[in-house]
Design a protein around this ligand. Structure first.
Ligand code: SF4
Ligand code: FE
Length: 500
C-alpha cells in the first residue's frame, strides 16, 4: 500500500513546477501562496483522513487491479456498497473542511472513462480500455490526484465545436503523429487544477459529424509542456493575504478553480482514450455528470452540516437558542440537508453494474439529486443568514478587535447574550459569512448551482430518463383509455328506475 502522507502530497505538487498565473503574475512558490495554500491543505485532507484507522472503511478500498488497499478517490467502484461509501466519504470530508476538497472530479472521471473505453472497444475494436487500465493502476500505485477536466469555454453556445469562429473554444486535436497527438484549447472552472498530478481530459458535449477532432479523451501530467493555469478569484480571497485568522472565517481550508490552457500539448498514444469516436462522447458526458451529480449529495451535505452547526452556535451566542422560531429554522435546515443526503444515497443504492464491471450511479436519481442541490443550499444559506443577523456582514475587522484602543470597545459592544466570549461569537459569524458569501460560497452556493452542470442540464437528463411513455401507459390502464364503454352500464336500469 503506497498511500502518500499529506506532506508527501504537498511536496509532490511543489515538485511539479506548474505554470500558474494569479493577479496577472506568475506564481513561483504556489504551495506557500496564502490564497492557494488553503486549497492545497483542503485537498491534503483526502490524504490525511485516509491514514486514520477510524475512517478506513470510507477512505480506502481494495483495488480490483492490484488487490491492494488504495485511496477511494483512485478507486474503480466494484459494488453498490462502493457507491454508497463514496457519498459518505464526501460528507465526512465536507464536514471536516467546510469547503470543496476537489479530488472527486478525478474519481468521477476515472469511473466514467473506465466503462466508456470498454464499450468503445467492444463496438469499434479499438484498444483504449487496456491503456486506460494501465493509467488507473499507475494512479492507484502512486496515490495520485487526478483532475477530471470536462468544461470547455464553448464560445458561441449555438454553434457546434467545428463551426466556432475560434476553433480553440473546445479542446481539439491539431496534429496526429506516429507517437501521439497534439492538442489545443482550454478547460474552464477546473476544480483543483493546480493541486493535481494528472489531468484527465474529456469532451464536454455529445459530438456530431464534423466534430471528430474534438471527440478526444486523454490524460497528461499536470506539468506537461504547453499547459498553463490562470487561477480563478473567489469572493473575499484577498482576506487570505491579510493573514487574519478571524476575517477569513474558515481558518484552514478553501477551494480552487482555474482556467487550464493547452497550448499544443503532446500526448503519447498510450494516454489517448478516445479519438474521433463521436458516438461515445454522449455516454461519457452523461456518466461523468451522473457520478459528479451523485457526489453533490455527499460533499454539499457535509458543508451544510457545518453551516447548520454554525447557525445553532450563533443562536446560542445571541441568547436566542430557546426561541421556537429558531428551533424551527434549524429543523428546516436539517430536513433540507438530509433530503440531499437521501438523494445521494438513493442514486448510489440504485446503481448498476456496467459492461466493464464497475458500478454507475442511477442516472435519473443522480440528476434529481443535483437538481435539488441547485436549490436547497440556497434555502439553507438564507436561513443561516436569518439566524446569524446582520452583524455577520457589518462587524469590524480582526485588526479592530486586536487594537489597544478600540479593541476593548468593540469587544464590549459585541458581547452576546450568554457566557460565550465575544470573540467566539465573532468567529462563528465570520464562518457563516465565509460559507454563504465568502470564498467557501463558491463551493457551497454558486457551485451548487453550476458545478456538475447547470440546472437545465439536469432537467434535460430528467426528461430523458423519466420514461414518460411508461407512466402514460400506467394511467391508460387504470383509466381504461382506448377501451369501449359497455353498451349497458351495470346498475344503469336501477338508477334510471329510482330517477323515475
Ligand atoms: Fe468534490 Fe464537491 Fe468539490 Fe465536486 S464540488 S470536487 S464533489 S467537494
Ligand atoms: Fe464541483
Amino acid at each position: 500500500m503506497a498511500l502518500k502522507t499529506p506532506d508527501q502530497y504537498i511536496q509532490s505538487i511543489a515538485d511539479l513546477r506548474l505554470r500558474i498565473y494569479l493577479f496577472g503574475e506568475p506564481v513561483e512558490d504556489y504551495t506557500t501562496h496564502p490564497i492557494i495554500r488553503p486549497s492545497l491543505d483542503c485537498m491534503a485532507m483526502t490524504y490525511e483522513l485516509a491514514r486514520l484507522p477510524e475512517y478506513e472503511s470510507l477512505m480506502l478500498a481494495t483495488s480490483h487491479l492490484t488487490g491492494e488497499k488504495v485511496n477511494r478517490f483512485t478507486h474503480i467502484h466494484q459494488s453498490v456498497e462502493d457507491l454508497v461509501r463514496k457519498v459518505k466519504m464526501q460528507r465526512l470530508l465536507g464536514q471536516r473542511t467546510g469547503s470543496c476538497f476537489q479530488r472527486c472530479v478525478g474519481m468521477d472521471a476515472l469511473n466514467a472513462v473506465y466503462s466508456v473505453t470498454y464499450e468503445t472497444d467492444q463496438a469499434e475494436g479499438t484498444g483504449y480500455h487496456e491503456r486506460f487500465r494501465s493509467f488507473v493502476r499507475d494512479v492507484q500505485e502512486r496515490d495520485l490526484t487526478v483532475d477530471g477536466a470536462m468544461t470547455d469555454p464553448k464560445g458561441d453556445r449555438g454553434l457546434p465545436p467545428h463551426r466556432q469562429p475560434d476553433p480553440d473554444m473546445y479542446v481539439h486535436v491539431v496534429e496526429r503523429r506516429d507517437d501521439g497527438i497534439v492538442v489545443r484549447g482550454a478547460k474552464a472552472h477546473q476544480t483543483g487544477a493546480c493541486n493535481s498530478h494528472e489531468v484527465l481530459v474529456m469532451p464536454t458535449i455529445a459530438m456530431r459529424e464534423g466534430d471528430e477532432d474534438y471527440a478526444v479523451c486523454f490524460s497528461t501530467p499536470a506539468n506537461a509542456e504547453g499547459i498553463l493555469y490562470i487561477y480563478g478569484r473567489q469572493s473575499c480571497d484577498t482576506r487570505k493575504i491579510e493573514r487574519s485568522e478571524l476575517d477569513v472565517g474558515n481558518r484552514r481550508f478553501g477551494g480552487q478553480e482555474a482556467l487550464m490552457v493547452f497550448d499544443d500539448v503532446f500526448v503519447p498514444w498510450e494516454r489517448v482514450y478516445l479519438d474521433g469516436e463521436l458516438a461515445f462522447t454522449g455516454p461519457l458526458v452523461e456518466r461523468f455528470a451522473g457520478y459528479h451529480r451523485q457526489s453533490y449529495g455527499g460533499c454539499k451535505v457535509g458543508v451544510g452540516d457545518v453551516l447548520i452547526g454554525a447557525s445553532a452556535l450563533a443562536a446560542e451566542y445571541n441568547g436566542v437558542a430557546g426561541a421556537s422560531h429558531i428551533k424551527d429554522k434549524l429543523v428546516e435546515m436539517n430536513q433540507l440537508n438530509e433530503t440531499l443526503f437521501s438523494c445521494g444515497i438513493a442514486c448510489s443504492a440504485e446503481g448498476h453494474r456496467t459492461a466493464a464491471g464497475n458500478y454507475q450511479s442511477d442516472l435519473l436519481l443522480s440528476n434529481v439529486c443535483k437538481q435539488n442541490v441547485t436549490r436547497y443550499p440556497y434555502e439553507i444559506a438564507r436561513l443561516a443568514e436569518d439566524i446569524a443577523g446582520g452583524l455577520m456582514v457589518t462587524m469590524p475587522s480582526e485588526a479592530d478587535f486586536s487594537d489597544e484602543e478600540v479593541g476593548p470597545i468593540v469587544r464590549k459592544y459585541f458581547a452576546g447574550g450568554c457566557d460565550a466570549p465575544t470573540m467566539d461569537r465573532m468567529r462563528v459569524l465570520r464562518l457563516i459569512e465565509n460559507l454563504t458569501l465568502g470564498s467557501a460560497a463558491v463551493g457551497y452556493r454558486t457551485e451548487s448551482m453550476h458545478g456538475a452542470g447547470s440546472p437545465q442540464a439536469q432537467r434535460i437528463m430528467i426528461a430523458r430518463q423519466s420514461n414518460l411513455d411508461h407512466k402514460k401507459e400506467l394511467a391508460k390502464v387504470l383509466a381504461g383509455v382506448g377501451e369501449e364503454l359497455p353498451t349497458t352500464c351495470p346498475g344503469q336500469h336501477e338508477v334510471a328506475a329510482v330517477a323515475d
